[in-house]
Design a protein around this ligand. Sequence first.
Ligand code: SF4
Ligand code: ZN
Length: 424
Amino acid sequence: MPVPCRTGCGNNAVLKRPKTGDALCKECFYWAFETEIHYTITKGELFNKGDSVAIAASGGKDSTVLAYILKTLNTRYDYGLNLMLLSIDEGITGYRDDSLETVKQNRDDYEMPLKILSYKDLYGWTMDEIVAQIGRKNNCTFCGVFRRQALDRGAALLDVKCIATGHNADDIAETVLMNVLRGDIARLKRCTAISTGSEGTIPRVKPLKYTYEKEIVMYAHYKKLVYFSTECVFAPNAYRGHARALLKDMERIRPTCIMDIIYSGETMSVKEQVSLPSQRICSRCNFVSSQEVCKACVLLEGLNKGLPKLGIGKTSKAKKMLEAYNARQMQENSLEQATDLEDTSKSIKDNIKDASNKCNSKNCCSGKCKSDASKQQNGNAKINKLLEQYGLDESPSSQKLNGDLSDDECSGGCGNSSSMPIGF
Ligand code: SF4
Ligand code: ZN
């Protein structure tokens, strides 16, 4: 027997809203879905009239629905926004190359300009190449850090006021859960913010913050929107996957748990002494960083030096890596010197003379020890300087708080993340 639409519009219901359980007809569902997002935008004061806004577009369901909705609401409520699409090509064969075709389709369907930036152009590496180098364990760390900066670069190029990302309510509830489970209080403090970005950075806004993932899928389905739904080929089976499974289980029993977790995250009080690292400008690339050198530059340096794990994990490991790297460099240098020494007897004499000139100690080996010691000292100084520059503090608490805070790793588009969501 047909069920009438809950709104009393006279139509029969065709669906049950996952968020509220209401039986609705298609038109009333569209209206509820769109009006809620409009309310989120206006209440959160996400945009100002005349703003240029870059929509972080992956071709996935979230960013596709976001682009469609922003276009619809912009016209319906006269927001006066200049909307454009910004995509990042990570260089993942069989995933991003295909999803970018969907973004191009969005560009044509929604008549918005599209800018695509690639990791290869920005960093000299594709994700395929990075995974070939580092394996499939920390790939999402590289990908997330590079993407965050790539979006900043793209937004700067497009000269936009803000970047709108497709984080949905499920992503945010998952992130709250994960931060609680990991004890990552610094991130917990800001992961529910609808708008993020400090002075000097381009803010990120989340118009779908209170929109359920199931409703996004339903909306895209009924509206016949074209989106790409394949998971990234490098998607890990990470901690987030467990948080997601837990959330889905709880949602089945009590659908409001998604909103309840977000509300808990928003209102949870965090001790005053838990503070976020202050933002500054990376001394190498001039993009925002919480350290002297940003995480993207550290990771890139590691890749280029053949030390891909430099920016990952504990400081003690990074220190060991740098020590081993320096020792190798010294060994290579002395090998080069030895080859030179064999070349001519003249240079042997010169080198001995040179070495003996360096040493002043009476009981010493004519300079060799002193030069080695000074090399060693220089090496350590270099390591310490690098560790200091990279913000790799030894204290365990700083390990959690010092990283560049990112809420920009994958969730929506690629469906996975090693730590935090990017939501597009
Ligand atoms: Fe990048 Fe997401 Fe794929 Fe990880 S799962 S490699 S973050 S696109
Ligand atoms: Zn940098």
